[in-house]
Design a protein around this ligand. Sequence first.
Ligand code: ZN
Ligand code: MN
Length: 261
Amino acid sequence: MTRPFRMADLSWTDYRDRLAEEDPVVLVPVGAIEQHGPHLPLATDCLIPEAVCGACASRGGRLLAPSITYGYKSLPRCGGGQHFCGTTSVDAATLINQVKDMVREFARHGVSKLAFVVGHMENTWFVNEACDLALREARMLGLKAPRIMTVGYWEFLGEDTIRAAFGDTFPDWSLEHAGIMETSVMLHLHPSLVTMDRLRPHPPAKLPLWDMWPYDERLVPADGVLATAIGASAEKGRLFYDEYVATLSGALDTAFAEPAD
Ligand code: ZN
Ligand code: MN
């Protein structure tokens, strides 16, 4: 029987004892509720990091905390923008405050190693800002702050895997929204939530190198898919997923290795 690895499934006494006895890394996925084309669910940016973090937790004696499900706004150049129905987002200050409050709460209960694993690119800088503010606050109050890792799970694919899966057509991670990678991983993890026959071929989005406010919705493909997902498969998804789990596990070990005295 595998040991429970979901924080939310533990009683408060089991959680307290686990923290005291093992000082585990606590993983928090930080996702979004955001359109991912007509073929993927709105929770895609939560479901993928939750699965990757869950595997890293169950295999590595770590704990998986409940996710932050609503993320910062979708930007046209990496998520399609806010004009899609269902893209349900929070302001940066809201996300920053939520993450900052959670760091304080985890620290209060004795978590010393915390990892925010981001599933939605737009969250990245605000999660980092929250960690910086949380540490500053802890220093001012004279409290012991945890060490915190922040990372985007998509960073963990090696060049060989990218080449094997995309050939020479890898767009770059910002355009890989609802594309081959996310669709393949979802076909591997949650095939019943993917509707491949809704995909229609179209060229990748041609977006400018700058942002404009207000932005021109017509520059974003109407189906919300920034680079094609045609060619996605569960086999590719398994390859990506296994590599994410293995490399994130290794990165967690490296990041939280006891600092040399
Ligand atoms: Zn996504
Ligand atoms: Mn996203």
